[in-house]
Design a protein around this ligand. Structure first.
Ligand code: ADP
Length: 566
């Protein structure tokens, strides 16, 4: 009693454990993930804002660095700039020397009370477009300074670095180019002198050297500092953004195309230009989406796990419950089956002992009943013992060279009287020419007895028992058929399971343990064969055991025995 309670408790514990592991654990994970998923909508925004802030910083630093470089170059030129107080040819000569010294300069000029002297690189003056650019620049500055030079000089003297920048559009090799001019007051002159010097940066130098170097330096620095997606940067005319036609002036490798994630307009030296930055090959939005997709994928997998867990649990629970029910039916069936023959044996034995029987025929009949009932008991106990050996994996078979036709005939003979007594028409067809096969005699006889007993038990109106033994397709077939209650198609696959009994009312009222067919199947499989059933409810059933001839004949050692493949 205690043991049963313990077993039930253990089964419940196993169920709870399965439930916990297969259902509750993924469910809890799912809930937690769902929560964090909801929060990650915000987190994506936080991530986006953090990246944008970081990008803004990178752009601000880059602008500062480029500006610093431009200031430094202009300052260097200013320090060695020619004095205005020399005659024009000398000024031209000095400016030419300056241009020769600094290859990044396209034009250089001095403006004073007498006018403007502008020089350009002699090697470029052959280009008509640059010559025109020279003339246009000289004209523009002459006009502008003529009006505002005094004011400009005053303003410049107030600055810590007395340099200003002005920009213009131009062209190089037919392409639009950016022209930057630095103008300044000269260091050696007093503040009341209205004199301005200026140098123009060569557009090709800006595009080919200054900008790319600054951008590359920034990208590489970032690469060495941070892992993850690599960045790309570019410089473009700010007004092209308004026109929705972004044309990069300079871009680092991996820019591809598309809009910058974050942009920043230059607000000092390179005023009409803007800086842009983004991730190479992806965008912050795409990164967020990837994150989201991954979360949804995990969510989907977990959901599937939960559903799978639920299905599995349901399966296990119903199987366990069915088995528990079968076991309890088995216990009551077996006790019933044991009690009836024992009661009969005791009753008849007592009657004989009291010598109340007068005729020898009656005595004989009582002896026969006692023998028959004890045989039934033996068969039942043998079934149970066999079953427990199989369950424990200890069942052993003793294969011996056997004349199977003789074995079947002898087994049937000891039942013939009982069969006929019960009013059964009995038809046995046994092929006498079957070669000897190696079988466990006792096991095969037990299997046959189980099948015959079932045919007798589960027949009602039409009482017929047919047994056939024949050879077909390299195997020996043993067929047991009846015209009894039959088995539904759905239950045909289950009757070979241990403890299983069909739902037919006749079966319910008939004694049985539900072990017979599971033993028959085990015995057949241990012989390398199989068993099948053909049945129609209300018409009858046919069980066919097939034992392979070849494999049985191969093993010729008469005394060999083996453990069953349970
Ligand atoms: P039992 O001790 O109940 O006879 P078995 O394992 O021998 O156990 O059979 C399992 C079930 O299969 C039976 O309870 C019965 O429902 C069904 N069955 C077996 N043989 C027959 C048959 N010849 N005709 C109809 N039903 C059968």
């Amino acid at each position: 009693m205690k043991k049963r309670k313990f077993l039930r408790g253990f089964t419940r514990f196993r169920l709870m454990l399965t439930l916990g592991l297969a259902v509750l654990l993924p469910a809890a994970a799912l809930i937690i993930l769902n929560f964090s998923q909801l929060r990650s909508f915000d987190r994506n925004k936080v991530l986006e804002a953090t990246i944008h802030r970081d990008f803004q910083e990178v752009l601000a630093i880059t602008e500062k660095k480029i500006d610093k470089k431009a200031y430094a170059m202009a300052e260097e030129a200013r320090d060695v700039f020619p004095s205005p107080d020399i005659d024009s040819p000398e000024k031209e000569k000095q400016l030419d020397l300056l241009l020769a010294k600094y290859p990044w300069m396209a034009h250089a000029f001095v403006y004073d009370e007498k006018g403007i002297v502008m020089r350009s690189r002699p090697e470029q003056m052959g280009d008509k477009y640059i010559r025109e650019e020279h003339d246009r620049q000289a004209e523009n500055f002459r006009g502008w300074f003529g009006l505002e030079a005094k004011l400009l000089v005053q303003m410049l003297h107030k600055k810590s670095r007395p340099i200003n920048f002005s920009s213009d559009h131009t062209k190089r090799d037919g392409e639009p180019a950016y022209l930057l001019t630095a103008y300044f007051v000269l260091p050696q002159l007093s503040s009341d002198r209205v004199v301005l010097g200026g140098v123009t940066f060569d557009p090709c130098y800006l595009k080919g050297t200054l900008f790319p170097q600054a951008l590359d330096e920034q990208v590489n620095q970032r690469l060495s500092e941070q892992s993850g997606s690599q960045i790309a940067m570019m410089i473009y005319p700010a007004e092209s953004e308004m026109a929705h036609d972004l044309k990069p002036l300079v871009a680092t490798a991996g820019w591809g195309d598309g809009k910058p994630e974050v942009s920043r307009k230059f607000d000092d030296v390179f005023r009409p230009l803007a800086l842009g930055i983004k991730f190479q090959g992806t965008s912050v939005e795409a990164l967020g989406q990837t994150l989201m997709r991954r979360n949804f994928l995990i969510l989907g997998i977990l959901t599937l796990m939960i559903i799978g867990g639920l299905v599995l649990t349901k399966h296990i629970v119903s199987k366990e419950m069915a088995l528990a029910r079968l076991k309890s039916d088995f216990v009551s069936n077996v006790s019933h089956e044991l009690r009836t023959p024992l009661a009969l044996i005791r009753l008849y034995a007592e009657t004989l002992e009291l010598r109340r029987i007068s005729t020898p025929e009656k005595k004989q009949e009582y002896y026969r009943i006692i023998r028959k009932e004890s045989e039934r008991l033996t068969a039942l106990i043998n079934n149970i013992l066999d079953f427990s050996r199989i369950e424990a994996g200890h069942k052993e078979y003793e294969f011996r060279e056997t004349n199977i036709a003789e074995l079947v005939s002898n087994t049937l003979d000891s039942y013939r009287y009982q069969i006929e007594q019960q009013g059964f028409a009995f038809a046995a067809t046994i092929d006498p020419d079957i070669p000897a096969v190696r079988v466990d005699r006792e096991a095969i006889a037990r299997a046959l007895v189980n099948l015959v007993n079932n045919a007798l038990k589960y027949s009602t109106d039409e009482k017929f028992l047919g047994v056939k033994l024949y050879r077909a397709n390299g195997s020996v077939k043993l067929e047991v058929s009846d015209h009894g209650i039959g088995i539904t198609r759905r239950e045909q696959s289950k009757i070979f399971e241990k403890f299983y009994r069909t739902g037919d009312p006749l079966v319910h009222n008939t004694k049985g343990s539900g072990l017979g067919l599971s033993l028959v199947r085990h015995i057949t499989q241990a012989h390398g064969g199989d068993i099948v059933v053909e049945s129609t409810p209300g018409k009858g059933s046919k069980f066919t055991m097939s034992l392979p001839l070849a494999s049985a004949q191969q093993n010729n050692d008469p005394a060999s025995s083996g453990t069953s493949p349970s």
